[in-house]
Design a protein around this ligand. Structure first.
Ligand code: SF4
Length: 300
């Protein structure tokens, strides 16, 4: 395949698999929407793109807390976890209130609205329920045995939420690891914090295969020395996965086929551009549309 003008990612792949038009809104129609003038279609698409689900917001904020505490601890513990948590709570509260207020429509880059509010599905207790869930999840994260163990040995942490790139065949893939540990006696541990109630195992494993491939290439680690770990913050459990060569081979094939489909949608200008008409909507009545943040644009 010729050089492709974008970086492949698992979320990009999932978006295209779900709906080509949604893929177009997400990666093309919304481009530069944050600085587009009032009334420009890209501006509205961008605002809708940034809408988030309540659970998604909780997940993102909990990941931020994990990142903030880990980075503060790695930096010699200048800020104790309690101080980091206090600041995080203040920021979270402000973000929640702004999001529920339907975001700052004059500045869609700064504030993300909530899908439920946008589409009139949020009840009176929406904000309080999210806040309660968030604090419960934050407590659960800080009590998670794995999180506690990582904080006890911060010198073993190699990466926290760092964007990286790994080549799967000839396709560049973007990855971001929640946390990467290297213990000289026990090997490499790729940790993924999971805040949801359920995670399709194939989705979790697919991401872990990509992360493992990244660690192997970036740090020249032996595959057998890398353990991928999904840590469930809701119940304090975790699941370990040992990625094998066959998993990497399957992932390379999936990435190649997916990237080829993406390249096939480009408009032929040699740039990363797709015509809206080449990204069809799902058939009328598709269930996926009911949960899509762009549905107002499709009249669904
Ligand atoms: S509303 Fe349906 S057709 Fe439109 S972008 Fe979303 S999923 Fe695709």
């Amino acid at each position: 395949m010729d050089k492709i003008p974008f970086r492949w990612s698992w979320s990009r792949h999932r978006t295209l698999e779900g709906c080509p038009r949604r893929y177009w809104y997400q990666y093309y129609g919304s481009r530069n929407g944050w600085r587009a003038k009032e009334g420009h279609p890209a501006r509205e698409i961008y605002r809708l793109k940034r809408l988030q689900g309540g659970r998604q917001w909780v997940g993102l904020r909990v990941h931020e807390l994990a990142e903030d505490i880990l980075k503060a601890t790695m930096g010699g513990g200048l800020f104790p976890a309690a101080t980091v948590r206090d600041r995080w709570e203040l920021e979270s509260r402000a973000e929640l209130e702004a999001g529920v207020a339907r975001g700052d429509l004059d500045n869609p880059k700064d504030v993300r609205g909530f899908e439920a509010v946008e589409y009139g599905l949020a009840d009176e207790g929406f904000q309080d329920a999210l806040w309660e869930d968030l604090l419960g999840q934050a407590d659960a994260l800080q009590a998670h045995p794995l999180f506690v163990r990582v904080l006890e040995r911060p010198e073993l942490v190699k990466e926290v939420e760092t964007f990286g790139r790994v080549w799967m065949g000839d396709v560049p893939v973007t990855v971001s690891l929640d946390c990467l540990i290297h213990d000289p006696d026990k090997g490499w541990f790729v940790i993924d914090w999971k805040t949801g109630t359920r995670h399709a195992e194939d989705v979790v494993d697919a991401q872990l295969v990509l992360y493992t491939s990244y660690v192997r290439r970036r740090y020249r680690a032996r595959l057998g020395d890398i353990t991928a770990v999904s840590a469930m913050t809701r119940d304090g459990s975790h699941r370990q996965t040992q990625v094998e060569w066959a998993d990497i081979g399957r992932m390379k094939k999936l990435v190649a086929a997916s990237a080829e489909r993406m390249v096939g949608m480009l408009d032929g200008s040699g740039k990363d551009r797709v015509d809206k008409d080449d990204a069809p909507m799902l058939p009328e009545g598709s269930e996926t549309c009911g949960e899509c943040r762009f549905r107002v644009l499709c009249g669904r």
